[in-house]
Design a protein around this ligand. Structure first.
Ligand code: DLZ
Length: 165
């Protein structure tokens, strides 16, 4: 699972389908905004690099990572997206709060991903300190936002291939 030896922004460009005409939702947490803003920028840039139009990328913010679950659920109800990326950053503190937020958010997003028709992409960074987070939002380990964008495009393409073949 370590991203230490794998750059989050490195991928085979030829393996990514054209994202023209695809519609994406991005729900971003305001907590640790310096990190989540960089993740959002990475995700948007990569979606557009592969052909998505800016007008087809709908960005909404929520207060914290725990609210990503409800934010994604609302977007699923009111927005016609082909995929939704959930972006957040939880940094370990002195209490067990970190574990509850990480677990709750992860289970919530996993549940939506498994039960809804639209893929929900997991863009939650969970780290021991700020430096580890900075390393993963455009630092030495790349940008998880890029990885999420590529995953979102591939999952929309997966669905299209399934229904058209
Ligand atoms: C309360 C809290 C704490 C301590 N830390 C973080 C964090 O590192 N990252 C994050 O996204 N959110 C944090 N939050 C806020 C919770 O996600 C949530 O917004 C509140 O508990 C209110 O439900």
């Amino acid at each position: 699972m370590a991203t230490k030896n794998q750059n989050l922004s490195a991928y085979d460009i030829n393996s990514v389908p054209n994202a023209g005409g695809m519609k994406f939702g991005i729900v971003v947490s305001e907590w640790n905004e310096n990190v989540t803003g960089a993740l959002l920028a990475g995700a948007k840039n990569t979606l557009m690099k592969h052909g998505a139009c800016e007008k087809d990328i709908h960005v909404m913010t929520v207060p914290g990572s725990f609210e990503l679950i409800h934010g994604v659920q609302e977007m699923l109800c009111y927005d016609a997206c082909d995929a939704i990326i959930a972006i957040g950053c939880v940094i370990r503190g002195d209490t067990p709060h970190f574990d509850y937020i990480c677990q709750g958010t992860t289970y919530g997003l996993a549940h939506l991903n498994a039960t809804q028709k639209v893929p929900v992409i997991y863009g939650l960074i969970t780290t021991n300190d700020m430096q580890q987070a900075l390393d993963r939002c455009g630092g030495k380990h790349g940008n998880k936002g890029d990885e999420c964008a590529v995953t979102a495009i591939k999952m929309v393409d997966f669905h299209r291939k399934l229904i058209h073949n």
